[in-house]
Design a protein around this ligand. Structure first.
Ligand code: ADP
Ligand code: MG
Length: 203
């Protein structure tokens, strides 16, 4: 089983959006996917409950059958994940995705988090790979340039920038992902996801 952890110390940075989309994408490829929600707010678990039954199945971690042999586990995490809980989550994950928004508060908190993350044994030993994603980025803005500058100094690769789009909010409300929508609605945003999908290297 392969596993992805989505983590960032800030609430509202886009963790649950990314985790639900990663699960939606992998399920759309016919993979057996478990979505694990470590957040007490249970936003990802709630999204899963709202997911229409006709869409590709994503299994909840809580309700999974013991016989299920998933291909992937996607782990959504709470704001402020640190210490032993962070170490345990990183140890579980082959891939760690860190979203970051173009705001000074988010960049500062993320910078501190990355300093902790790089000292995690699994990351030092390169058993887990980390990548960054710019979230809710409008490339025409000054804050987008500031985010790009911040990310230049980060040792982990930056996969892509995702724009701020109401479609993400609607997906959250409806228990769907971009990958469940007709291309006519989602093509522009799916295109921004391509580097992430390649990074997963799902054969
Ligand atoms: N790219 C985006 N465009 C528009 N809204 C977004 C985007 N990413 C996240 N959001 C919205 O921002 C809010 C916070 O995102 P969420 O994924 O819940 O963050 P976290 O899990 O880190 O707290 C949610 O309402 C979500 O729908
Ligand atoms: Mg969340």
């Amino acid at each position: 089983m392969r596993s992805i952890l989505v983590a960032n110390p800030k609430g509202g940075s886009g963790k649950t959006t990314l985790a639900t989309h990663l699960a939606g994408y992998l399920a759309s490829l016919g993979r057996q996917v478990v979505l694990a929600d470590l957040d007490r707010q249970q936003s990802a678990a709630g999204w899963l409950k709202r997911r229409p039954a006709h869409l590709p199945t994503i299994h909840s971690h809580q309700a999974r059958k013991p016989t299920l042999q998933p291909d992937w586990m996607v782990i959504d995490s709470p704001a402020g994940l640190h210490g032993d809980k962070l170490s345990a989550a990183v140890k579980l994950a082959e891939l760690v995705i860190v979203p970051v928004q173009p705001s000074a508060f988010d960049m500062l908190a993320t910078g501190d988090f990355l300093r902790v993350l790089r000292e995690e044994k699994a990351i030092r030993k390169e058993r887990s790979q980390v990548a960054m994603i710019g979230m809710r980025v409008d490339p025409r803005t000054r804050s987008a340039a500031e985010l790009a500058e911040f990310l230049l100094a980060v040792e982990f690769p930056v996969l892509t920038y995702l724009r701020d789009a109401q479609l993400y909010v609607q997906c959250a409300n409806q228990g769907v992902s971009l990958f469940d929508l007709p291309p006519s609605r989602a093509a522009r945003d799916v295109e921004q996801w391509q580097p992430i999908l390649e990074w997963l290297s799902v054969s």
